[in-house]
Write a protein that binds this ligand. Sequence first.
Ligand code: ADP
Ligand code: ADP
Ligand code: ZN
Length: 219
Amino acid sequence: MDVVLLGAPGAGKGTQATAVAREVGLLHLATGDMFRDVVARDTPLGREVRQYMERGELVPDELTIQMVVERLREPDAARGVLFDGFPRTVHQAVALDEHLERMGRLLEAAVYLRVREEVLLDRLSGRWTCQSCQATYHVLFQPPARPGRCDRCGGALYQRPDDQRETAVRRLKVYFEHTLPVLEYYRGRGVLREVNGERDIASVRADLLRAIRQRVPQV
Ligand code: ADP
Ligand code: ADP
Ligand code: ZN
């Protein structure tokens, strides 16, 4: 089984994906986390990727698709994947479908976390991210037990530079232009489910699991 988790920047994809993936036995694959790891290595590729990320633009499709396809070849991806932050363009969505088909797999559900724009900006402006494991917190909505420290791994928390207001607004624009059409693509395929992403974290999680199980009753 393969599942896509869709939603704007700040919708709560990362917050939900780790636990949901564990619950249904999938690998959590977050392209944003993967790109941040690439950038941290400061190679020529890392420097190229950083230029897009710091402007709030999408990394080019070919680079993104290649990175995902390589990751899908690894043994821990064989049991199925929960995609977070991918696909972000219709081109990526088509490439994913084609690639899964070649592997004898099928995307069975695309779940969309619906959150209004003003709520997204409040979430991004108060988000703190773990430098080590990339878990996210919120200064008001989900504070860590110890200020500045990750509950999960003890790592230091930082504010992502692209969460600053100007870049966050740019990312939302990019989302509306390039990623919203992906919803229509999945709606057309009959695999799209919508979940209200504005409820509390536990309720959203329960709704997400229910939506996935409506499509795939055996998990
Ligand atoms: P958020 O969690 O706020 O939605 P991500 O961590 O998923 O943000 O992504 C951060 C940045 O990484 C994006 O703004 C973009 O530059 C790049 N990125 C992540 N996933 C993709 C993708 N599928 N296609 C192109 N660029 C991507
Ligand atoms: P995404 O991965 O979709 O960009 P995150 O999971 O990082 O989004 O969540 C964005 C911010 O909103 C984080 O600071 C997180 O703590 C907070 N958040 C996530 N889900 C909720 C929720 N249901 N209610 C309130 N705040 C939330
Ligand atoms: Zn951590």
